[in-house]
Design a protein around this ligand. Structure first.
Ligand code: GLU
Length: 426
């Protein structure tokens, strides 16, 4: 029942977006290979997968299409997991290229492609995975894409053959990179595996699950598998934010403000970190190579829900629930909820504002209703306890047992115990 209601509510939102943006018939189909030119220009699907793994969809979200460049962030994630950021960036840069996705431009001196979201960088990334030969290399690529999607995936052999028949430019890129030292495997192997990688079949829900896995720090919320470590997911999202939408990346970051990746077949994924992955499929592309309808639908979604990364409202619930001084030796500050930098700064500020008049005084910090404190919050809380203690105050602490806040405070089980201690301490 709960699920059906959620499907109605979130699904209806996606359906509304499909309706509002489906009428736009502008854009052109990718035509560099015949199968893509045959796609239905009217197809339009959207899917959203929450951090909890709940899946929502609207329109043609179950039409299969080839993943194309939407594969790039996920293979990059595998390379980062295997080799680490330092080694990966020796071979592939992390700067927007300002050139076409298939540009033959390599950094003078190092031969590095600009970033892993353009063809050259993606071919180099596929080529750096540890593998004995093309079969093993492709098996590894297909395996990681499947683990991100939460199901085993297959290749569209017809698209693969068409990619291979027309892929001379990508082969040329591979040979140039091999000559300049940035490609770690034979150029023909890297190019052929890359062609197969582009031809992997997915639907919109699959790629939304893949995006949700990045949103959840590398943990696939549908299967529960940690596909890549959390720091890798952060690195991949950072590169997607600056380089994921071809030469429309700057405009996209400005107007939509979410890490994203699009591909020539009309698929786009976007990630609201910590919240959800969203994806769309609609084949007609704008001049930058991004799906016209999906871009405008996701722009509306971001606007309506305040999803822009740079838009970061302060926590809505009050953090400091009590802050008082009894006119003599005792001050008490109580806080609640999840503490991040902003919330912990409120606590620190409240402590400063109600320090006791008499010395030696006591400060009771009641944090028993704090549900979570991140690294920034813990650092601030430790700092305020140490600062209060160094002025000669006795600090009593009521906190969740797993909050380690240093040894400058006396820990109590309850507020009453802390106040009783304060009455006699000093
Ligand atoms: N198969 C395409 C190519 O390498 C993928 C490009 C893309 O989706 O951007 O040309």
């Amino acid at each position: 029942m709960a699920r059906e209601i959620a499907s109605e509510v979130v699904g209806e939102l996606l359906t509304e977006l499909c309706r509002a943006h489906g009428a736009d018939a502008s854009g052109d189909l990718a035509a560099y290979i015949p199968p893509l030119a045959l796609a239905d220009p009217g197809a339009f699907g959207l899917a959203l997968v929450s951090r909890e793994g709940h899946r929502y969809q609207a329109g043609d979200a179950e039409i299969r299409f080839t993943i194309q460049s939407v594969s790039k962030p996920f293979v990059y994630a595998l390379a980062l997991t295997e080799l680490g950021l330092a080694e990966v960036t020796r071979h592939v840069g992390t700067e927007p290229s300002g050139e076409a996705f298939n540009a033959i431009s390599l950094e003078p001196g190092t031969g590095r492609p600009a970033n892993p979201m353009i063809n050259a960088g993606a071919i180099a990334t596929t080529g750096m995975l540890a593998a004995e030969g093309p079969e093993e290399r492709f098996t590894r690529v297909l395996d990681v894409l499947g683990r991100f999607a939460g199901r085993g995936l297959d290749v569209d052999e017809e698209v693969y053959r068409a990619e291979a028949q027309t892929g001379d430019r990508n082969r040329a890129l591979a040979h140039l990179m091999r000559a300049s030292g940035s490609l770690r495997c034979p150029p023909t192997e890297a190019a052929e595996v890359y062609f197969r990688q582009c031809a992997v079949l997915v639907d919109t829900v699959d790629v939304a699950v893949m995006a949700a896995t990045l949103a959840a720090g590398g943990l696939n919320p549908v299967t529960g598998e940690q596909v890549v470590p959390e720091p890798v997911a952060v690195q991949v999202l950072a590169v997607m934010a600056t380089c994921g939408m071809y030469d429309g990346s700057g405009e996209w970051l400005l107007r939509v403000g979410l890490p994203a990746k699009s591909g020539v077949s009309g698929g786009v994924i976007a990630v609201s970190p910590g919240r959800f992955g969203v994806a769309g499929y609609s084949p007609p592309l704008d001049a930058a190579g991004n799906s016209v309808r999906v871009v405008s639908a996701l722009r509306e979604l971001s606007d309506r829900f305040g999803l822009h990364l740079m838009h970061n409202p302060a926590p809505s619930a009050p953090t400091v629930t009590e802050a008082w001084r009894d006119g003599g030796r005792l001050a008490l500050v109580a806080a609640q909820g999840a503490l991040d930098f902003t919330a912990a700064e409120r606590v620190v500020h409240a402590v400063g504002a109600c320090l006791p008049d008499e010395q030696p005084g006591c400060l009771v910090l009641d944090l028993h209703r704090v549900t979570d404190a991140d690294a920034a919050a813990l650092a601030l809380l430790r700092g305020v306890i140490a600062a209060a203690a160094s002025t000669g105050l006795l600090v009593g602490l009521v906190a969740a047992p797993d909050m380690t806040l240093g040894d400058r405070a006396t820990v109590h089980d309850s507020r009453d115990a802390a106040i009783a201690w304060a009455a006699t301490a000093g």
